[in-house]
Structure formats: C-alpha cells, structure tokens
Design a protein. Structure first.
Length: 112
C-alpha cells in the first residue's frame, strides 16, 4: 500500500517539502573547553563558516571557557590562528573575532 506524502496541504502547496532553517534570535554560545583541540579544529571553523553565510543571529556572541589564563586578545589570536587554513577575508575575520570573549577558570570553581 502506498501512502500520500502530504495529506493536509492543497495540491501545489510546497510547504513541508523543504527544510527551512530559521536564524535564532540574539544568543550567546558558551564553549567549555575553549582552549582545546575540538574548539580549534571543529567548532570555531564551523561557527566562522556560519558567520560568513550570515546564519548566526545579529546579536550573536561566543564565550570561550577553560582553565588557561588568556587575555581576550590572546584568545582571539588563537581563534584567528585556528581559522588561518580557511584563509578568511580580514574584515570578516575581524567582525567574527569581535563577537568572541573568554572567561578563564576551573569548572570545579563555583565562583566561575
Ligand atoms: N578533538 C576532537 O576532534 C573531538 C571530537 C569529538 C569529541 N571530542 C570530545 O570533546 C571533548 C574535548 O576534546 P578536546 O580534543 O578539545 O580536548 P583537549 O584538547 O584536551 O581540551 C580540553 C579542554 O577542556 C578544558 N578543561 C579540562 N578540564 C577543565 C576544568 N576542570 N576546568 C576548565 N576547563 C577544563 C581544557 O582547558 P585548559 O587546557 O585550558 O586547562 C581544554 O580547553 C572530549 O570529551 C573529547 O572526547 C573531541
């Protein structure tokens, strides 16, 4: 027995046939382990790619968290280094880095 794919829409109505990605409202993303390999090799390149395609929210910002004691500029320099293989346009890279912040501390520390 074959079932119709769409039962509730009139003929010709294509809603439901496509996956429509919605850009979320202003949001912050916290990355725990921001000084680590996963962040550098996977997460930040993926986020930068979304940024370049304008698929991140207008008010997006990223907070990296780990034990290493980075100043904000050091953390941003690490992110820039991680993105070097993508050969990012300077202005786009600068815009992305302005959305990135760092909070150092140990997860065991309740004051973090
Ligand atoms: N790397 C990959 O491609 C990959 C792929 C899939 C899954 N994973 C998983 O993702 C996780 C992270 O992997 P990774 O390769 O990024 O590891 P990693 O390079 O060893 O990085 C670990 C990160 O966690 C931080 N960290 C560890 N203990 C902490 C604590 N007590 N308080 C605050 N920060 C702490 C480290 O900070 P400091 O060094 O600054 O102390 C560092 O930023 C692991 O569970 C791994 O199995 C990784």
């Amino acid at each position: 027995m074959s079932l119709p794919l769409v039962t509730s829409l009139p003929p010709g109505d294509v809603r439901g046939s496509f996956c429509i990605e919605e850009i979320p409202r202003e949001s912050a993303l916290v990355i725990f382990g921001a000084s680590g390999d996963l962040t550098s090799r996977k997460l930040v390149p993926a986020l930068f790619s979304l940024y370049g395609k304008k698929r991140l929210p207008q008010g997006f910002f990223l907070i990296g968290c780990a034990r290493s004691a980075y100043r904000e500029d050091e953390f941003r320099a690490r992110l820039a280094a991680a993105l070097r293989p993508q050969d990012p346009p300077a202005e786009e890279l600068a815009g992305f880095l302005r959305c990135c912040f760092y909070l150092g501390g140990d997860y065991q520390d309740s004051g973090l």
